[in-house]
Design a binder for this molecule. Structure first.
Ligand code: SAM
Ligand code: SF4
Length: 379
């Protein structure tokens, strides 16, 4: 399904106060960056790339969703973030009712800052809570206290944000079922309308992977993660936030429109270092490091490091990979019927969905989503 009438914008802010031991995102601390990149004027660099992007598209498309991610976008301050959003409004224009999200670390916001972001046109806040258990936060090397995320989410509601997400990580070594249940309950108590929950991925090159290699911590256990996933899913379903993507739950109407656009293989333009874009069947990615990225943007050059034209096969592959993970599933006609029948027999694909002409995962199928996708895509 390709909707070329609207466009989503992703804006990457590559700064964090400190790096969490598990994270391999394209983000840098002030010490890592040195004096080559000015954090306090980075919003101007991002705004310049926004202008450049709008010019490339010839002003033809308004923006339906904006997602500022990171890193820690709130390190730009409400004025920096509102400045970038102001440029998006000026250069592209927003469609009526556009969704405008920023991510934030729970300890990087104040009620005043949230009010200013709301005033500036942001409509949705997403905080990295990860857990409410002190032992888990410590292993994850998070800087915030256990109560900070609930507090930040409540402040966001009070500031007039109708849409508030919290991110959880489950399966951290040392986390118990009770820790996890406590985290889910705490998140729900904050009045959120959306939850993302990811199993802890041990990324190569992170402090976490070195600690595991040294034997200081055990690897997250797959069976424990599967049990935790079921606990989360049951609790969220009961609280009125059913799943709509394998790792995402929302009050109906609170689904993240930006991520849906991405999962439905619609068009998005990525602004910022390392950001990826997918527009009109072309894909490209920006230079990763903020220094060469800034140099290119300031010279008003396209800051991309590479690009490719997607073939029909690539597009189909992507539609299956992303679409199967959605509760709405994908049209039956896009995959091999015999394979689907085997997956139904194995309890991984929902037979009701199939009679409606869609491939939708059962809960068991969600736990094995990657394997189901591989199966559907092999000849
Ligand atoms: C850019 S961060 C969110 C905003 C903010 N920087 C923060 O951490 O509070 C995006 C999310 O990715 C998830 N994440 C990052 N690295 C991960 C990993 N190795 N395994 C599982 N989830 C991870 C975390 O839940 C995190 O909140
Ligand atoms: S998880 Fe968030 S705060 Fe931690 S290093 Fe990654 S982007 Fe920064």
């Amino acid at each position: 399904m390709h909707d070329h009438s609207t466009l989503s914008l992703y804006v990457h802010v590559p700064f964090c106060s400190s790096r969490c031991g598990y994270c391999d995102f394209n983000t840098y601390t002030a010490t890592e960056l040195g004096t080559d990149v000015r954090r306090d004027s980075f919003h101007e660099v991002l705004a310049k790339e926004v202008r450049y992007a709008a010019e490339q598209l010839g002003g033809a498309r308004k923006v339906s969703t904006v997602f500022v991610g990171g890193g820690t976008p709130t390190l730009l301050g409400s004025s920096g973030l509102n400045y970038v959003l102001g440029e998006i409004k000026k250069s592209f224009g927003l469609v009526e009712g556009a969704e405008v999200t920023t991510e934030a670390n729970p300890d990087s916001v104040t009620p005043q800052m949230l009010a200013e972001l709301r005033e500036g046109g942001f409509t949705r806040m997403s905080f990295g809570m990860q857990s409410s258990a002190p032992n888990v936060l410590q292993i994850l090397e998070r800087t915030h206290t256990p109560g900070a995320s609930v507090q930040a989410a409540k402040w966001a509601r009070e500031a007039g944000f109708e849409h508030v997400n919290l991110d959880l990580i489950y399966g951290t070594p040392g986390e118990s079922d009770d820790d996890l249940i406590g985290s889910v309950e705490a998140a729900l108590s904050a009045g959120i309308d959306h939850l993302s929950a990811y199993s802890l991925i041990v990324e190569d090159g992170t402090a976490l992977s070195r600690r595991i290699a040294r034997g200081e911590l055990p690897m997250p256990d797959d069976d424990v993660c599967a049990d935790r996933y079921e606990l989360i899913d049951e609790r969220m379903q009961a609280a009125g936030l059913p799943w709509y993507e394998v790792s995402n739950w929302a009050v109906p109407g609170g689904e993240c429109q930006h991520n849906l656009a991405y999962w439905r293989s619609q068009d998005w333009w990525g602004i910022g270092p390392g950001a990826h874009s997918h527009v009109n069947g072309n894909r490209w990615w920006n230079v990763k490091h903020p220094v060469p990225y800034t140099e290119k943007v300031m010279a008003y050059e396209r800051p991309s490091a590479g690009s490719e034209v997607l073939t029909t096969d690539d597009l189909r592959l992507e539609e299956v990979m992303l679409g199967v993970r959605l509760a709405e599933g994908i049209p039956l006609a896009t995959v091999d019927l015999e394979k689907v029948e085997d997956l139904v027999a194995g309890g991984l694909v929902d037979p009701v969905g199939v009679s409606d002409g869609r491939v939708r995962l059962t809960r068991a199928g969600r736990l094995l989503a990657d394997a189901v996708i591989r199966d559907l895509l092999t000849e």
